[in-house]
Ligand binder design. Structure first.
Ligand SMILES: Nc1ncnc2c1ncn2[C@@H]1O[C@H](COP(=O)(O)OP(=O)(O)OP(=O)(O)O)[C@@H](O)[C@H]1O
Length: 221
């Protein structure tokens, strides 16, 4: 469970948000929506311990968080294949027993993310959706209880976005994985998320997903 009480953040004199109060329960599939610059990424950075809050309380049960970034293309000559890329998040070990365990973990994760048949494909030659699945697999490596998708579907084709989200939805259902989805995508918010937290005027408001409207994603700030 994640619980914020009067959580505030400023960068110098710039107030980003003030007195946020919300709870995210285990197994929730929540979207964080709102205009550019409203503080969505800043909030998840605070959750991940990458950024300091200014005041208030943020309680997160001691649990690992997986993070999937926005899609960025990877050069065609990137040296690793999909399996090697997913392995990057493993700690290097010389212990044969630990290596066997790691191999089993990798196999399981590739299966979970439906990458088993693609594991030898050079990442640079993989499609956009396959690359995002590889990032997802990496994020799942340490068995997180919370998965943060930071605009992870942006710049993917509609069909590919849906495939990635179907997979995330399956993980959410099967493993009660909490999903926090930062997005500017109206359709995906409606289709996949069960709760929406709307960043507006330096605060957030819980909105029924049925009442989410396109203007809430206004890019104008
Ligand atoms: N390290 C930093 N130092 C100073 N200002 C920052 C820093 N990080 C973010 N900001 C500012 O904080 C504000 C909120 O940024 P943030 O990235 O959290 O917004 P966002 O809602 O995720 O935006 P977007 O939808 O465009 O990704 C912006 O004005 C940004 O410029």
């Amino acid at each position: 469970m994640i619980e914020a009480k009067n959580l505030s953040k400023s960068f110098g004199k710039q107030l980003i948000f003030k007195d946020l109060n919300f709870t995210i329960n285990d197994g929730d599939f929540v979207s964080l929506i709102g205009p550019n610059g409203s503080g969505k990424t800043t909030l998840v950075k605070i959750m991940m311990g990458l950024e300091k809050k200014t005041s208030g309380v943020l309680k997160i049960d001691k649990q690992t968080i997986g993070y999937v970034p926005q899609f960025r293309n990877i050069d065609i000559d990137y040296p690793l294949n999909i399996e090697q890329f997913v392995r990057l998040n493993l700690k290097f070990t010389l212990s044969p027993a630990k290596r066997r365990q790691d191999n089993a973990t990798i196999e399981k994760i590739l299966e979970k993310t439906k990458l088993t048949n693609l594991k030898d494909r050079p990442l640079g030659l993989a499609s956009g959706g396959e690359k995002q699945k590889a990032y997802l697999a990496q994020a799942l490596l340490n068995d997180p209880k919370i998965l943060i998708l930071d605009e992870s579907t942006a710049s993917l084709d509609v069909e590919v976005k849906m495939q990635l989200m179907d997979l995330v939805e399956e993980l959410n259902h099967k493993y009660n994985l909490t999903v926090i989805f930062i997005t500017h995508d109206y359709e995906l918010t409606k289709k996949y998320t069960s709760r929406a937290l709307f960043f507006k005027h330096q605060t957030i408001e819980e909105v029924n997903v049925a009442d989410v409207s396109e203007d809430m994603f206004d890019m104008g700030g």
